[in-house]
Design a protein around this ligand. Sequence first.
Ligand code: ADP
Length: 165
Amino acid sequence: MRRAVCPGSFDPVTNGHIDIVNRASQLFDEVVVAVGVNKSKNRLFSPDERIDMLREACRDFENVRVDGFTGLLTDFCAQHAIRAIVKGLRAVSDFDYELQMAQMNASLADVETVFVPTSPEYSFLASSLVKEVATYGGDVSGLLPGFVHERLVARLAERESQSST
Ligand code: ADP
């Protein structure tokens, strides 16, 4: 069984993530989308919320499952008998960091990183930028699944009302 992991923070999942997961699912027998739940970063959505949204977004992919992970990705790979890490590459700016990470992971465990070039229509798409644009009222509805967009707008409105009280 050829198994791969698509890791990320997915805060929240975008159409760019789904494109990579979809393409990985055609290359491997099984794909695990692994949501990093390390506490260090400031997230808009909780780990459970991010996992729930991904499960809903990936429900039509029969060989894809969604899981959370803490700690090292290479430990998660060893625990789940995963040999391949699939990462989407958007621009040259992704490359330096991703190359370093791939080499570090290869030094830690018996894993190979597979880079999948982003589809051109998603090359500018990142969760962080989507959140920033949506915070200022920009229309990001075409960049996320509809139900994710609704949750994003609702969460930003909650944050806004909390900060103004
Ligand atoms: P981001 O906040 O940049 O979306 P994530 O940690 O959630 O970051 O991303 C997880 C993985 O998805 C990474 O491998 C990243 O390169 C990839 N990815 C994110 N957005 C895209 C995109 N638009 N096209 C291709 N791959 C993407």
